[in-house]
Ligand binder design. Structure first.
Ligand code: FRU
Length: 528
């Protein structure tokens, strides 16, 4: 992986493979002190194809080391007979699978086998060209090399009745250990029907259908990459909720063309996931869903996945910072796509509802090169330069809410700007509509897709002290913005030219009070 990692647009503290195409994070697992990140990967080029599982590891979620491909598409190089689509990894310390030998703890992966051609497999099972089925593989060296379970794969060959006709769109198993019932659980999407199927198993090999869930709330496009995780509400471990995370493509948040991710808060008893009624609207039904909750209101946060192997109620997500709308044509080379910063998720009651909180877990202390802090009793109407002429930042800006005098009452920060503002990325708050926004319409190279040059909005109420807070992670080709306590996020790719590094504050429709800026200027996570 002899890359220099300093090409224009190369993320400096977000994971990218040295070269080639990447999509969904897969098999996130924390095992023996190491975070493993597998991912949908083309070993042979910068567009989707030859889908294999790439592999990287980290001990701090910020510095990543890339390893050889973990599951190489079968038939590659040449005519493929099996591609390895999205899935999950668990450690099996009790060796329920029997894959462990001599006391070794096996890691077991469950993934979607995609068979391009009709064939009879080593297991004797026949599959049809275009079929998606669930298979397993195991590793006896802590995740570095893998053996597919050819004796019986695919272990779930087709969707059950009455969904047999969905064999082309049956994918993305999310597996985890459910301690209360002492069972493995697998959540699998019947994508076109907006359904999740829940299976249980005692050995990761034989699976029994337990229940189904959906459609509910956002049902655009297909449902993909589901997961369900337990989280205490407001930190109360006697009040555990389960949160389903579901990718939709296309069918993202309002204003986003293409992919997006929703979450649904509910309960899970080991067999059935049931959505909670929304306290602010009537109980959801499939015809009258309550409003969708978006994990991220930006265009570039998809296929969110969560780590196995952390303490029971502790969850970290990583998502693909891209969008199927334009993923294949973003102007990066020799790699395409980055992962999000790992985000710790929790559940908090805000405005009478259980809301998912996301907090970025970048180990920025280890990357910090300089800091900049400043406060202003008032920032006058207009623009004002600030000394943050940088390409990698972790900056928190807070300010007082104010009455909106017009529809253009806004405050925020402009990053990656040229001095004439012909190029700029605007991150701010609109006081009249109480929305956080990211405007990338002039963010640099925007021409490769007609929908790219847009502004994205997330609803955000000021905190009880009347303050609005936004934390912005800027990297060479992305911004991830967290509003308030992390109750909303907006993630967006940007492709600015290198000559634009100015930063400015802007206040429109009046002055803005109690402004504080706390910035860490970050170095690169690549190299030593
Ligand atoms: C989501 C997805 C998954 C599938 C994978 C294929 O981005 O479409 O549903 O498993 O990508 O690469």
């Amino acid at each position: 992986f002899a890359q220099t990692y300093n090409e224009i647009y190369r993320p400096q503290y977000h994971f990218t493979p040295g070269k080639n195409w990447m999509n969904d994070p897969n098999g996130l697992v924390f095992h023996n002190g190491v975070y493993h990140l597998y991912y949908q990967y083309n070993p042979d080029g910068n567009t989707w194809g030859n889908i294999s599982w790439g592999h990287a590891t980290s001990t701090n979620l910020t510095h990543w080391t890339e390893h050889p491909v973990a599951l190489l598409a079968r038939g590659y190089p040449g005519e493929l007979t099996e591609a390895f689509f999205t899935g999950t990894v668990v450690a099996d310390p009790q060796n329920t699978s029997g894959f462990g030998t001599n006391g070794t703890v096996p890691l077991v992966a469950m993934y979607t086998s995609y068979y391009p051609t009709s064939q009879t497999l080593p297991s004797g099972k026949s599959v049809t060209g275009g079929q998606q089925a669930q298979s397993i593989a195991y590793s006896l060296d802590d995740g570095y090399t893998w053996t597919t379970y050819d004796a019986a794969n695919p272990v779930i060959p087709t969707p059950p009745a009455p969904y047999e006709d969905q064999w082309r769109d049956f994918r993305d198993p999310f597996i985890f250990w459910h301690d209360a019932t002492k069972k493995w659980i697998s959540v699998i999407s019947v994508s076109q029907l907006h359904k999740l199927l829940i299976y249980t198993s005692s050995n990761l090999k034989q699976w029994t259908l337990a229940s189904e869930f959906g459609p509910l709330n956002a049902v655009g496009g297909v449902w993909e990459c589901p997961s369900i995780v337990p989280l205490p509400l407001d930190g109360d471990e006697t009040n555990i909720k389960w949160v389903a995370q579901i990718g939709l493509n296309p069918g993202g948040p309002p204003g986003v063309t293409g992919s997006g991710t929703q979450y649904i808060v509910g309960t899970f008893d080991g067999t059935r996931f049931v959505a909670d009624p929304d306290p602010l609207s009537p109980a959801p039904t499939s015809t009258e869903p309550h409003g969708p909750n978006w994990m991220d209101y930006g265009p570039d946060f998809y296929a969110a996945a969560t780590f196995n192997g952390l303490p029971y109620l502790s969850h970290l997500n990583i998502a693909w910072v891209n969008n199927w709308q334009y993923a294949g044509v973003i102007p990066t080379a020799p790699w395409r796509s980055m992962m999000s910063i790992a985000r710790r998720i929790s559940l908090k009651t805000i405005g009478g509802r259980a809301v998912l909180i996301q907090q970025p877990m970048a180990d920025v202390a280890s990357l910090q090169t300089k800091t900049y802090s400043s406060s202003f009793a008032t920032v006058a109407e207009g623009n004002q330069l600030i000394p943050l002429s940088e390409k990698t930042l972790d900056v928190t800006v807070s300010f007082s809410d104010r009455a909106a005098v017009s529809s253009s009452s806004q405050f925020g920060i402009i990053l990656r700007a040229t001095s004439d503002l012909a190029q700029q990325t605007r991150i701010g708050y609109d006081f009249s509509t109480k929305r956080l926004f990211v405007d990338r319409s002039k963010s640099g190279n925007i021409s490769f897709d007609g929908t790219f040059a847009s502004t994205y909005y997330a609803p955000l109420e000021p905190a009880s002290d009347g303050k609005v807070t936004m934390r912005i992670l800027l990297d060479w080709s992305s911004v991830e913005v967290f509003g308030g306590q992390g109750e909303v996020a907006i993630s967006a790719q940007i492709f600015p030219e290198d000559n634009g590094i100015d930063a400015q504050l802007f206040s429109s429709g009046g002055s803005t009070g109690d402004v504080t800026i706390d910035a860490k200027i970050l170095g690169s996570a690549w190299g030593a």
